[in-house]
Design a binder for this molecule. Structure first.
Ligand SMILES: NC(=O)c1ccc[n+]([C@@H]2O[C@H](COP(=O)([O-])OP(=O)(O)OC[C@H]3O[C@@H](n4cnc5c(N)ncnc54)[C@H](O)[C@@H]3O)[C@@H](O)[C@H]2O)c1
Ligand SMILES: [Zn+2]
Length: 686
């Protein structure tokens, strides 16, 4: 029997969801909230005071009961007596586990002390842009007084932990009139006797700070406009971003492969269009949440919007070298013998004036959120510069957070990445059949996938079906329209891929159709259509994709869904089988040509895939079934009987072969065709 959620916890969840739903209140997954209340102890039958607090990880907007840690308040507060002092405060995090009430729920976070020790029934700790602007202003303490009077107290920067909890508890004791505090360099904490009061106080602090900034900010917080740095028109921005994406991803992936996100939001373009952006970007972000995801500072291209692609690439490559040296210097200056090893020196945020921002992470969601956090940081800088000057926490403190043993432990606890994690796949003709099954398999194994097909609606529907099944929305799969026989459409498709996920690693040439006619029946138009979609289409796709793969410098895979018919000679198939043979030879030619770039090129030869195949559904299956005297629904089984293994071939079997060819095990195989036909001796490779 599960006990009903306590009313204090229910109020807490509802309040957290409301606060987390509005990005002005806190960044994604940032901040934490708590409630204290009394329940009956199931062991003694006596009342027991409990603390419900958002656990480690998780987002306030979607917080539910399982995201809460539940602690016994008496035990949590008793930790004050064994607290060994600020130098050993990290030990207290492990001690929280000995305060837990019942099992399940989330792990208590580092901020648990602040929530438990402050003497208020409800506490909110948030990272609002407006609040952090005050928290990072050089005269933040004076501004806090000026804006909030005695109601809000300034707390100088201190790394989150047990001592910060003790400090804030003491502040509340000494300032009974206060409703919250500004945490220097970091964010805000507010409290109340009821859930409603805590929420009111949080919102009041956030809105009051924002209103004050709006009213008192200087006109141009980022300085005068910079000549030549204004945003390019939208289509030029996207074209330039697409042309730079592969190079920038290569720069961001020198230590480990990254997925990318691109945004050309107003906030970013405005920041880059004004004179102070280089100085501010160099100062770096301040809120711990921000720089853990964005690195201490971004890489900023120091060329105007009009710079050519060639100039931009050349300069980005120089800047990447100095960025890495600079980051290594930061590590070397601050690391102690017990610091964790350097986690890679590549930028996570790359800013391109006039164009926008690329952000990177181990998966699409992480990359997107890193970008969101840099937008938060820009808002913070604008607010702080508008009132005063922006003064983030210093480098040594940033390092202490970034290479904190507790942070390292969190990273070590992360689940092992899936085999295709960080890989960006493009599958043509993937709205149905073999292509869709392949896209789904690649996504299930961790890849980000772009589903391209003639019809946008079908492509998007396939992407949505895969995302629904795997969870993760457009972070997993997106659909684009493209006719692979049209060079401009192919370029647009590859551009859409690199803008969606930052780059491209894995291309599946799957789009196709089958007319199956005798030589005399085959018209010139039939011949051209078959060859346009398959031979020419896969040539165009491979060509556009290879440009990206080469620029990225991260290797890659191209897989052709060729056919048994590329080898097997039978009647009534001249146009289809000839173009399949063409595709099969493209595999060998490109394997030979692209190997020096680390790009493997392989093929799969399926046969008799009836289920789910549009080729068979479009009347051809019915016709074949009639020829063989079986019902159309039994055609797959009929084909199975003609194979050596007597097994029906499904789209999933072809998909599995694609995965194996480009997965982590087949690292030394290129120029190969894998038959997936349940055994057809006439199509054995020789
Ligand atoms: N089904 C089989 O038994 C079999 C056997 C051997 C090879 N193949 C090959 O597998 C591939 C997939 O076939 P399927 O059986 O899944 O068929 P399918 O018809 O279900 O899928 C082919 C997809 O390609 C798309 N397409 C067609 N022309 C296009 C173009 N110009 N641009 C972009 N997309 C286009 C179609 O809209 C369709 O969604 C094809 O290349 C086919 O030749 C299939
Ligand atoms: Zn915080």
């Amino acid at each position: 029997m599960s006990s009903p959620v306590s009313s204090a916890a229910a109020d807490l969840i509802a309040r957290s969801n409301r606060l987390g739903a509005d990005p002005k209140n806190t960044n994604y997954a940032g901040g934490n909230t708590s409630a204290k209340g009394t329940e009956t102890d199931p062991v003694t039958g006596e009342p027991v005071e409990l603390l419900w607090v958002k656990g480690s990880g998780g987002d306030l907007g979607t917080l539910s009961e399982k995201g809460l840690a539940v602690l016994r308040l008496d035990r949590m507060r008793a930790l004050v007596d064994v607290y060994p002092g600020v130098d050993r405060e990290d030990e207290m995090v492990a001690a929280f586990d000995y305060c837990l009430h019942g099992k399940g729920g989330a792990a208590p976070s580092i901020d648990t002390a602040m929530h438990g020790l402050v003497d208020a029934a409800h506490v909110d700790h948030l990272h609002p842009d407006s609040g952090i602007a005050i928290a990072t202003a050089a005269d933040g303490e004076a501004l806090t007084k000026e804006i909030f009077g005695e109601q809000v107290v300034w707390v100088p920067w201190r790394r989150p932990g047990f001592q910060l909890g003790l400090d804030i508890a003491e502040i509340k004791r000494q300032n009974p009139q206060a409703v919250g505090c500004i945490l220097g360099g970091h964010g805000i904490t507010a409290w109340g006797d009821t859930s409603a009061e805590s929420e009111r106080n949080s919102l009041w602090m956030i809105d009051t700070a924002a209103a004050y900034i709006a009213e008192h900010s200087k006109a141009k917080p980022f300085g005068p406009s910079l000549d030549g740095y204004a945003a390019l028109p939208a289509d030029e921005r996207r074209a330039k971003a697409a042309a730079l994406a592969a190079t920038v991803r290569g720069i961001a992936s020198q230590d480990r492969p990254m997925v990318g996100h691109f945004t050309d939001s107003e906030v970013v373009l405005d920041f880059l269009a004004h004179a102070e952006h280089p100085r501010l970007a160099e100062l770096g972000t301040s809120c711990p949440d921000h720089f853990l995801r964005t690195k201490v500072k971004p890489l900023v291209l120091d060329l105007p919007a009009s710079a050519s692609i060639e100039e931009s690439i050349a300069r980005l490559e120089e800047l990447a070298v100095s960025y890495r040296e600079d980051y290594q210097g930061y590590y070397d200056r601050n690391a102690t013998p017990d610091s964790p090893a350097i986690r890679g020196a590549d930028p996570l945020i790359v800013l391109v004036p006039g164009v926008g921002m690329f952000s990177y992470g181990k998966d699409k969601q992480t990359a997107r959120v890193a970008g969101e956090f840099y937008v938060n940081a820009i808002n913070v800088m604008r607010g702080a510069e508008g009132l005063s000057s922006y003064a983030p926490i210093d480098e040594a403190e940033k390092f202490r957070i970034e290479y904190w043993a507790l942070e390292e432990a969190k990273l070590q606890r992360m689940p092992k990445p899936k085999p295709l994690a960080t890989r960006i796949a493009l599958v043509t003709g993937a709205a149905g059949g073999i292509g869709k099954a392949t896209a789904k398999k690649l996504a299930a194994e961790g890849a980000c996938v772009v589903i391209a097909d003639l019809d946008l609606e079908r492509a998007e529907a396939a992407a949505a079906a895969i995302s629904d099944e795997l969870g993760g929305g457009t972070d997993v799969a997106v659909g684009v329209a493209a006719d692979v026989s049209d060079e401009a459409a192919v370029k647009a498709m590859v551009d859409a891929t690199v803008l969606a996920f930052g780059g491209l690693d894995l291309v599946v040439n799957n789009a196709g159709l089958s007319l199956s006619k005798s030589l005399l029946e085959t018209t010139e138009a039939d011949w051209d259509l078959q060859h346009d979609v398959m031979a020419k289409g896969s040539f165009l796709v491979s060509k556009a994709a290879a440009k990206v793969l080469i620029e990225q410098g991260m290797g890659g895979d191209i897989v052709y869904i060729s056919s048994k018919n590329s080898l097997f000679a039978g009647p009534n198939n001249i146009a289809y089988s000839a173009t399949k043979a063409d595709q099969a030879h493209q595999v060998r030619l490109l394997a030979a040509e692209l190997g020096e770039h680390g790009v493997k090129v392989n093929g799969v030869n399926p046969d008799g895939v009836v289920q789910g195949s549009g080729i068979f559904a479009g009347g051809w299956g019915a016709q074949r079934a009639a020829v063989y005297g079986v019902e159309e629904k039994d055609l797959g089984k009929f084909y199975a009987q003609r194979t050596i293994l007597k097994r029906e071939v499904l789209p999933e079997h072809v998909a599995n072969a694609v995965f194996v060819l480009c997965g982590p095990e087949m690292t030394h195989t290129t120029g190969l065709h894998v038959p997936v036909d349940a055994g057809v001796a006439a199509a054995f490779l020789r």
